[in-house]
Design a protein around this ligand. Structure first.
Ligand code: ZN
Length: 241
């Protein structure tokens, strides 16, 4: 991927300068501050990317996520696979190839990667398994069903693929792409002992889904601690008459 921008310095600055709080460069900073308070992007880990038409905005690697500034943003031309903005001396996020996998395969509008404890624990309660499953939980209704074009229903079983972690984040790309292909109804991929990648049609849908997923991961972990099966059936109610 070329790191020399075809744009002038002024054009590059204009890409990340806006008074509009909904501009991707501003939104990424705001959302990272919020996600930091949730424990999703501490220790400079995790991240978020937003696509605006052909331009993909990505926060840099190794930067304190709660202190991001719009001037830190990398901007990538999706069609040309070229950096329009590559702020030195910063390094592009190691998540970039993973975010691109969701943009390429699903036409996503935004991708979120968290190192949430609940996502990590959700992979650990499914030791040796290739998927996380949960059923009969209200918040499942917040998760899209790409295969049907709608959303999951309350009684549906939500299934999320789990891929194995690698020594380097960028080396996850192949298995992430395979999981996206093998599970057409998923909008997230869990990474064992690492976290989760979530994508959505828009940044707000991606954020909502990331919150629903995190809620469901926590619910499943707490259910497992109580000896309950997160994917189990609804118990019949006793007739006391
Ligand atoms: Zn990560």
């Amino acid at each position: 991927m070329a790191s020399i921008s075809p744009l002038s310095v002024d054009e590059q600055i204009a890409l990340v300068t806006s008074d509009d709080p909904h501009h991707p460069a501003n939104l990424i900073c705001e959302l990272c501050r919020n996600f930091y308070t949730l424990g999703w992007v501490t220790g400079t880990g995790g991240g978020i990317s937003i696509r605006q038409d052909d331009n993909i905005y990505i926060a840099p690697s190794g930067v304190q996520k709660e202190r991001l500034h719009p001037s830190h943003m990398f901007v990538l031309s999706h069609s040309a696979n070229t950096y329009l903005r590559h702020p030195t001396p910063l390094k592009p996020s190691a998540c970039t190839p993973l975010f691109l996998a969701a943009y390429n395969a699903r036409g996503a509008g935004a991708c979120i990667h968290t190192h949430s404890h609940w996502a990590v624990l959700a992979t650990l309660i499914n030791r040796g398994k290739k998927t996380f499953r949960i059923a009969n939980a209200e918040m499942i209704k917040g998760i899209p069903s790409p295969a049907t074009g709608g959303y999951h229903g309350y009684h549906d079983t939500l299934e999320i693929p789990i891929i194995e972690n690698t020594a380097k984040e960028e080396d996850l790309r192949e298995s992430l792409e395979k999981a996206i292909e093998e599970y057409p109804n998923t909008s997230a991929v869990l990474v064992r002992r690492h976290g989760v990648y979530v994508w959505g049609d828009t940044v707000w849908k991606a954020k909502t889904q990331a919150e629903c997923y995190d809620y469901l991961f926590q619910l499943a972990v707490e259910m497992a601690k109580l000896g309950l099966d997160p994917a189990g059936p609804i118990d019949p109610v006793e007739d006391e008459s």
